[in-house]
Design a protein around this ligand. Structure first.
Ligand code: ATR
Length: 286
């Protein structure tokens, strides 16, 4: 990051297609106001075919942006178009946070840090789990697998309807990561202290199959990266069966922290007021 933010008003973006549902402008807007910073953060809807030109304008400085967030469907292209993607992005093959340094486009992926920071805030000590079960092998699961592995969990079991996709990720993320089909669910859950849903099951209140969480360790944590609704049917089931649950909203809030610091120069706090602001917005649109 150069010193332009000291003198100018740094401008950052979130881009996706569509992007109007993104809550990132609300999150960054809250922090800009809270810390009294001179800067702006805006949503820019960019179609797939226009994305390379958008990135070219970021790189040559003509867009006036210092960086931004990238969401679906541009995360893979952002990674490919960056001059300096970091190791986290390289392994995942996708980036969600961009910034310019010395005329070069840098890229990282903060989803995994968002996931672990949320668990740290809500259930410290979670990383002592020896075994974790991750349901799902889509794009969203990659950062979660990486982050859980990097925090030292010994055994990570991916369960997916399409087992070939789970195998691909097990190969990518190394020997501590194992792949299974849905039929192995109860077996791999036995004694696990962390269960993570990364599938779209239960999103927007859609019906979810019944899951018997009882094979998990008695003190296990069940978490979901879906946050609409806040308490997904899967979390409701786990709670009714006596398990501690952590919702996915915190992941969204915490993944925004590194970008804000890069563009605006201040490490922001995820506080209850921010969480309540987003929940109120979710209720307004439900
Ligand atoms: P994302 O990038 O958001 O993770 P994705 O790549 O489409 O989205 O992945 C969605 C995940 O949800 C996958 O793991 C998918 O399983 P498959 O790989 O077998 O498709 C899982 N998923 C979606 N609907 C499901 C369902 N009804 N039952 C089981 N798994 C489901």
């Amino acid at each position: 990051m150069d010193d332009s933010r000291e003198t100018l008003k740094p401008k950052a973006f979130v881009t996706g297609y569509p992007v109007r549902h993104s809550r990132s402008p609300m999150i960054h807007g809250y922090w800009l106001k809270k810390y009294g910073l001179n800067g702006s953060y805006e949503a820019r809807e960019v179609a797939v075919d226009d994305f390379p030109a958008f990135i070219a304008r970021l790189k040559d400085g003509s867009s006036g942006f210092v960086g931004g967030n990238v969401t679906i469907p541009h995360k893979e292209s952002a990674f490919r178009l960056a001059d300096r993607p970091d190791e986290l992005s390289e392994e995942i093959g996708a980036s969600n946070t961009l910034w310019m340094t010395d005329g070069l486009l840098q890229a990282t992926n903060t989803d995994g840090r968002g996931f672990t920071a949320n668990l740290d805030a809500r259930r410290s000590g979670w990383e002592r789990a020896e075994r974790a079960v991750i349901l799902g092998a889509g794009g969203a699961s990659r950062a979660v697998i990486q982050a859980v592995r990097d925090r030292g969990i010994g055994e990570i079991h991916i369960i997916n309807r399409t087992v070939a996709r789970a195998r691909e990720l097990a190969d990518r993320f190394g020997r501590r990561v194992h792949a299974h089909g849905m039929d192995a669910l109860s077996e791999v859950m036995t004694g696990a202290a962390l269960f993570i849903n990364t599938t779209s099951l239960g999103m927007d209140g859609e019906a979810t199959p019944a899951i018997d969480f009882r094979p998990l360790a008695a003190d296990a944590i069940v978490t979901d990266i879906v946050y609409v609704p806040l308490k997904t049917p899967l979390l409701t089931q786990a709670e009714a069966q006596g398990f501690a649950i952590v919702d996915g909203l915190g992941m969204l809030l915490h993944q925004a922290v590194p970008g804000f610091e890069l563009w605006f120069g201040r490490h922001p706090q995820v506080d209850d007021e921010l969480r309540e602001l987003i929940i109120a917005d979710m209720e307004k649109h439900s």
